[in-house]
Design a binder for this molecule. Structure first.
Ligand code: C5P
Length: 222
């Protein structure tokens, strides 16, 4: 029986940046392209998984006709959409670059410019991975991403613990060709047992396949 263990598994993926509005025309966001999350969605869908992709605003086409694409804008909306699919998920991959802070108030009208400085009050957004990690059930696998510029493995391992993840995928901005907007990425995957897997710089589609292989291996264990 060579039916892949991935077939029929329900997979929830967050991807892209979020945008946090300050008024009707402005927002706070980041440089995430969504490419890594979309590649993961496509790879799992093509392996037969039932994939839901909760995506912030990106300039990418839908990854695959078989993927259920839920478009959101803010961290709050991403949390709500993810909550909806979480309980039924066998695997969750938190690939989104969620904005850490949002304007404390959203002005109803466009904010006028004045002479001098302007102060913007920010409030922490919900940590989606942390909140869903607390609800994790025994059959569920959670995968997070960490983008670090220093103390990479130590910070990544701390995130794995605090967010109750099974794997954390570390990508470093120190590696040329890795990270935002590039079509390539160089990852290190750390699991709960402290096993560290290093991978070469490769196309994001191939990185997604490596992640699929790790998850497949994990599902094949029991
Ligand atoms: O703490 P940090 O933002 O570095 O953690 C990164 C991981 O947590 C990523 O998997 C990211 O998708 C997830 N995350 C989240 N919600 C947030 C912040 C991060 O789901 N508000």
């Amino acid at each position: 029986n060579h039916r892949p263990v991935v077939a029929g598994k329900r997979v929830l993926i967050t991807a892209g940046p979020t945008q946090e509005a300050m008024d009707p025309v402005r927002y706070i966001s980041n440089h995430s392209s969504g490419k890594m999350g979309y590649a993961i969605a496509r790879t799992f869908a093509q392996a037969g998984a039932d994939v839901t992709l909760v995506s912030g605003p990106v300039g990418l086409d839908a990854p695959d006709a078989a993927v259920r694409l839920v478009k959101v804008r803010s961290a709050r909306q991403m949390l709500e959409a993810s909550q909806e699919y979480f309980a039924a998920s066998d695997l969750v991959v938190f690939a989104a670059a969620v904005a850490d802070y949002a304007p404390s108030e959203v002005a109803e009208q466009k904010i006028k410019k004045h002479e001098g400085t302007f102060e913007l009050n920010l409030t922490k957004t919900p940590d989606i991975a942390l909140m869903l990690g607390r609800q994790k059930r025994a059959h569920q696998l959670l995968v997070g991403f960490a983008l670090e510029t220093e103390n990479e493995q130590e910070n990544a391992r701390r995130k794995l613990e605090s967010k109750n993840l099974d794997f954390i995928v570390l990508n470093s901005l120190n590696d040329p060709g890795a990270g935002f907007a590039y079509d390539t990425n160089k990852i290190t995957v750390i699991d709960r047992e402290g096993l560290i897997r290093h991978f070469e710089l490769k196309k994001k589609e191939e990185v997604a396949q490596d992640i699929l292989d790790i998850i497949t291996e994990k599902w094949s264990e029991a």
